[in-house]
Design a binder for this molecule. Structure first.
Ligand SMILES: *Cc1c(COP(=O)(O)O)cnc(C)c1O
Length: 233
């Protein structure tokens, strides 16, 4: 099957799971195109997909300069660990950085966005599973960042919610527990900071997006099920 057919099938699945859980909101689909060429992204864009995810800035940059010539509405989320020296380029090409995993990164994002007068969305990546290693380890640190937001420290950044990666395991209960943890974090911090709209829960990948939607995901990040297997480099 091609990208177009895969996309249609995934969207159907997302809709039917959402319906089954009685969800009225729309779950967003981030098509993760890392390791796949611009031609694959263009194929998805022609099939109506506008939201993409990449985890390496340089790779994304090359690809999306080409894609946005043909599809100016295409949007890019950065979903991989971001080094400080890549932030300048990341904020140029992305509309959201989903993988903010330390406070230092926010200072750099603010500085770079201020320079180009751009407002960008971010998600706090939270470490919820035993095996994955990325993300904030402590809720306290995220709370401290949100206090900085409340104090007006980051006028060019819109905190929009949370992201996580579940552990890579066959154990469904461990995956579910990881997603529940992110949702609980969101609910508690949203309660503490009502002035921000922190509703986004970016959770769920090709192998576990059904569970994620059942647990309240608002945004699933799907690569393999749309573009096929990636070549391991
Ligand atoms: C690669 C990647 C995905 C997509 O994974 P698939 O299993 O191919 O759907 C999602 N999120 C992050 C952070 C990734 O790095």
């Amino acid at each position: 099957m091609g990208v177009k057919e895969n996309l249609a099938e995934i969207k159907n699945e997302i809709d039917s799971i959402s319906k089954k859980c009685g969800r009225l909101d729309k779950v967003k689909l981030v098509a993760v195109s890392k390791f796949h060429p611009a031609s694959a992204v263009l194929e998805a864009a022609r099939a109506g997909q506008i939201l993409f995810g990449e985890n390496r800035v340089q790779e994304a940059s090359r690809k999306f300069d080409e894609v946005s010539k043909q599809f100016p509405d295409a949007q890019l989320h950065i979903i991989g660990q971001l080094q400080r020296n890549k932030v300048k380029e990341a904020v140029r090409i992305a509309t959201c950085i989903e993988s903010v995993d330390r406070i230092e990164l926010l200072d750099e994002i603010e500085k770079r966005c201020a320079k180009i007068e751009k407002k960008i969305k971010i998600l706090f990546e939270y470490h919820t599973g035993e095996e994955s290693k990325s993300g904030f380890e402590s809720e306290e640190e995220i709370r401290a960042s949100l206090k900085n937001f409340a104090d007006g420290k980051y006028p060019h950044i819109k905190p929009s919610g949370f992201m996580t990666m579940a552990p890579f395991t066959e154990d469904e209960s461990a995956i579910r527990a990881s997603f529940k943890k992110l949702r609980a974090l969101r609910d508690s911090l949203q309660g503490e900071f009502p002035r921000f709209d922190l509703r986004e829960l970016s959770m769920g990948m090709s192998g576990d997006f059904k569970i994620a939607i059942e647990e309240g995901s608002t945004m699933v990040r799907i690569g393999t099920a749309i573009f096929g297997a990636r070549e391991i480099k």
